[in-house]
Ligand binder design. Structure first.
Ligand code: GDP
Length: 323
């Protein structure tokens, strides 16, 4: 099947040591070679070998996500961490190109091997993460120490980004009505951390933060696992609040992955893997197909296999009518 690639797909070791070129080649294969044995093997190996903490940043356009991403990238690089940024661009499907360009707004040194930036279209699901984006995160988190995934939106995007992020951060802008919208949403899935951006606009930021904190306490305040969602006022331009943000991220990581960021087998990640398979099957075969797939997986004990092998086998069975 290797004729499908213009250059050979790297194995996990080459992916880790081959620099940006190897990473770019693997990401290209995600878009062109879905379901091939080589890619399935690489993705499952990468899924087992996660290294990064995956931070999901979401929020409406203009809220300050890329400014915050920039600040986080600089801090991580100073601390000696390698970083990958994946910007999921909701508009690129229609325009045929990335609105966010190649993230001109993320300032990076092209010589720096420790940072990788990529934008990707949001396909398949409304405003959501495509299967390709999920696979890209799996590859990146096996290579870099920190992976930041940026998505646009308020509401559904938190649920979507929770498919891949270890920590979901919702960014809200002061005096924008975002906090009102947040309160109206009420029962929506809570993010893990809420950031009120542009804290240098002091008074409005304070008000927005207290409104959001009020809304959270009305909704009970804790998620099912006992995590208390912190609300952090932050200014990426002055640096105010970045310390507090780092601390919140570290405590959340300790909460979900007591074994550290490399602990790929946390309950959260296992649950995410199950959802990737189900979502991929549902997109292709609908709810009926999903029902069949569940039955196949259950009766044949697919659980020990990696998520990408499970998906590939279920696709094979469903398309060939073997169920
Ligand atoms: P994104 O669309 O969510 O990625 O938002 P951007 O990061 O591009 O920021 C949108 C605008 O808000 C830009 O003009 C930024 O300069 C501005 N901005 C971002 N962070 C801050 C901040 O902390 N303080 C202030 N005053 N402006 C900011």
């Amino acid at each position: 099947m290797s004729h499908a690639f213009s250059s050979p797909l790297p194995d996990l070791e080459t992916l880790r040591t081959g620099g940006k070129r190897a990473v770019a080649r693997a990401l290209a294969a995600v878009e062109t070679a879905r379901g091939t044995c080589e890619l399935v093997a690489l993705l499952d190996a990468a899924a087992r070998a996660a290294r990064a903490h995956v931070l999901g940043l979401t929020g409406p356009p203009g809220v300050g996500k890329s400014t915050l991403t920039n600040a986080l990238v600089q801090r991580a690089r100073k601390a000696g961490q390698t970083v990958a940024v994946l910007a999921v661009d909701p508009s690129s499907r229609r325009t045929g190109g990335a609105l966010l360009g190649d993230r001109a707004r993320i300032q990076t040194d092209p010589e720096d091997r420790g940072i990788f930036v990529r934008s990707m279209a949001a396909r398949d699901r409304l405003g959501g993460l495509s299967d390709d984006a999920i696979a890209a995160v799996v590859l990146l988190r096996a290579v870099y120490d920190l992976v930041i995934v940026e998505t646009v939106g308020v509401g559904q995007s938190e649920a979507d980004i929770s498919l891949v992020a270890d920590t979901v951060v919702l960014c809200i802008q002061p005096a924008s009505g975002d906090s009102l919208q947040f309160m109206k949403a009420g029962v929506m899935e809570l993010p893990d951390i809420i950031v009120v951006t542009k804290a240098d606009m002091a008074e409005v930021a304070r008000r927005a933060a207290s409104e959001v904190a009020g809304a959270i306490s009305l909704s009970g305040g804790d998620d099912q696992s006992g995590w208390k969602v912190p609300v952090i006022r932050l200014s990426a331009t002055t640096g105010e609040g970045l310390e507090a943000f780092d601390e919140a991220v570290s405590s959340h990581l300790a909460h979900v992955a007591p074994g550290g960021a490399g602990d790929a087998r946390t309950a959260r990640r296992t649950e995410q893997e199950g959802k990737w398979v189900e979502e991929a099957i549902k997109v292709r075969f609908g709810t009926h197909g999903l029902g069949l797939a569940r039955k196949i997986a259950l009766t044949e004990g697919f659980a020990p296999y990696g998520p990408f092998a499970r998906e590939a086998e279920l696709v094979r069975r469903l398309t060939s009518g073997q169920y």
